[in-house]
Write a protein that binds this ligand. Structure first.
Ligand SMILES: [Cu+2]
Length: 290
């Protein structure tokens, strides 16, 4: 007990102190298996607060040992260790400690399509306009990007897992580097939309953009009205759930999309499996067409 408290404190201190992210941190996790995805060697875990890292949350995690993944099923209560490296996050030492009825099914993007919400956009369909505010505090409707091929993604700046939102940022940094070097990509514009506008104000986004070395001429960060953002994101399959008692408790999936210069959806990329190379290859024919 004491050791755990000391450990959490040490982790919190090293996180607070850190800009040096080089050494992986480990955290004890206690939670419930909500679903298992063997082909991605992942399990979605609903867990309590991880002191020094994140509030209670339901998220998919890689389980490093396949045997440990195979040994658990939805409903199992588990103890595990979460390792957070600079670009990596995974669970080890996954151990079943009990069983409990599942509260609710895991958030699935398909519920957006089948529920009462707006339908998922299909390639070729015009992306509906939506009002946003950019990192300089200026109103910026989505349609103002017409004429450029837009690569857009959805994040929140406080996302604690390097394999989620921070990975989208890193991939966009890579794409931006190619945009500067490749004349074929001169009409491509990157757009990062936060789904946590309460915290991610224009000021926060401007600082975040600076940290990423984002070129304001080529990469825009958008915030705005939470409802409008959620409605916009839902058309791409973005699903965000928030705990009513803790606004930091955000559970979300990831969607990245290419929208053509005519405002029509070209392609949607699910999760964090896509690579910058894949998007760059998909961009060339689109960005080239006038
Ligand atoms: Cu995230």
């Amino acid at each position: 007990m004491q050791r755990r408290a000391v450990f959490a404190l040490a982790a919190a201190i090293s996180l607070a102190a850190c800009s040096s992210k080089s050494n992986p941190h480990t955290y004890p996790v206690h939670g419930q298996i909500v679903s298992v995805t063997p082909d991605r060697q992942e399990a979605t875990v609903k867990h309590g607060e991880i002191p020094g890292l994140m509030p209670a949350m339901t998220m998919p995690y890689k389980i490093r040992e396949k045997a440990e993944l195979d040994a658990v099923k939805p409903g199992d209560m588990i103890d595990a260790t979460l390792t957070i490296g600079e670009n990596d996050a995974f669970l080890t030492g996954v151990r079943k400690v009990g069983e409990a009825p599942l509260e609710q099914p895991p958030p699935e993007p398909t519920t957006v399509a089948t529920g009462s919400g707006p339908a998922l956009l299909k390639p070729g369909e015009v992306v509906p306009d939506s009002p946003f505010v950019d990192q300089d505090g200026k109103n910026r409707a989505f349609n103002s990007f017409r004429g450029s091929t837009v690569v857009l993604t959805f994040i929140y700046t406080r996302c604690p897992l390097p394999t989620f939102c921070p990975m989208m940022d890193r991939h966009f940094v890579t794409i931006q580097e190619h945009m500067h070097d490749d004349p074929l990509l001169k009409k491509v514009h990157l757009v990062t939309i936060t789904f946590d506008p309460a915290y991610d104000t224009p000021e926060v986004l401007r600082k975040h953009a600076l940290e990423l070395n984002a070129d304001p001429k080529r990469w825009t960060f958008l915030t705005g009205d939470q409802k409008a953002i959620e409605t916009f994101g839902a058309r791409f399959g973005v699903l965000v759930t928030r705990a009513s008692n803790d606004p930091r408790d955000i559970t979300h999936n990831l969607r990245t999309a290419i929208v053509g210069p005519d405002g029509k959806l070209v392609k949607v990329y699910t999760g964090n499996e896509w690579t910058p190379d894949e998007i760059l290859a998909d961009l060339k024919p689109t960005a080239n067409a006038d």
